[in-house]
Write a protein that binds this ligand. Structure first.
Ligand code: APR
Length: 250
């Protein structure tokens, strides 16, 4: 690992335009389950995403979906950022493109303007009616049960992106534009299997970017790596990023 770590650091030292792209693995060491990990705790090994993370599932049983997200919110309220979040947040001029709906990067000090949440935020509820823009922050310690939108009467649901739903348009546009102008994309803790988000790695490569991947398991992202660092983000990122002041083109 040491040699590969030095190779990755030498690569980063030559890169003026860098960004980070992360997934559930970034928050695993904080105690949040990933989705597809080969471990029994992985959410989609225990729960059916078509029932709990889709519009059809919500419309079939909205109470159950809200209960499930409120259970997750309870977990989120208990956890804290891990060394990987702090190592990334310390790169204050770096943009963090993340699939994560938690706020651990921001809790670690990252500038919220530089954290692009492609799959929304579990800290907010929004109206299910696509024509109603009502949104509110949720008390993560005591999230409310299913309720009606105070503006239009439709149901409120977590402000996350469910399977089959579009990503937030302006955030996606910013992430795409950024990935077209990078020297290096740092990919952390994603299986890179969920599109369109996973497509950002190929997009960056197609525009000349190098790719460094940090993950205990190679997976799809590993296949796209110029340097693959096989390890836990909380252990690898502090050593990888130490002493750098990386910047993203904005
Ligand atoms: N450090 C780094 N990576 C880790 C760690 C760790 N400590 N622990 C696990 N991983 C890696 C796994 O090896 C795997 O490659 O994190 C990845 C997690 O992959 P997924 O569970 O598929 O999560 P992600 O890629 O973020 O999922 C994408 O799918 O379910 C939807 O909307 C949800 O945003 C999510 C999207």
């Amino acid at each position: 690992m040491d040699e590969l770590l030095q190779t990755a650091r030498a690569l980063l030292a030559r890169c003026a335009r860098v960004a980070a792209f992360s997934g559930a693995g970034l928050s695993a060491e904080s105690g949040l389950s990933t989705f597809r990990d080969p471990d029994p705790d992985a959410l989609w090994s225990r729960f059916d995403p078509t029932e709990l993370a889709s519009v059809a599932g919500f419309e079939a049983d909205p109470e159950r979906v809200i209960e499930w997200y409120n259970w997750r919110r309870g977990r989120h309220a208990e956890v804290r950022p891990n060394p990987a979040h702090f190592a990334l947040a310390a790169q204050s001029r770096l943009v963090q493109i993340t699939q994560n709906v938690d706020s651990l990067l921001e809790q670690a000090g990252a500038d919220p303007e530089r954290v692009y949440h492609l799959h929304g935020s579990i800290l907010q509820d929004r109206c299910h009616n696509p024509d109603c823009a009502y949104i509110e922050i949720v008390d993560m310690q005591g999230p409310p049960p299913l309720r009606a939108c105070p503006r239009c009467g439709d149901r409120l649901r977590p402000a996350v992106v469910w399977f089959g739903e579009a990503l937030p348009a302006s955030t996606w546009r910013k992430a795409e534009a950024l990935c077209r102008q990078l020297d290096c994309l740092l990919v952390v803790g994603t299986s890179a299997t969920v599109y369109p988000a996973a497509g950002l790695i190929e997009l960056a490569r197609a525009h000349g970017s190098r790719v460094i991947v940090v993950d205990p398991n190679p997976g799809a992202a590993g296949d796209l790596a110029d340097v693959f660092l096989a390890g836990a983000a909380g252990q690898v990122l502090p050593a990888l990023l130490e002493g750098f002041d990386l910047e993203s083109p904005l």
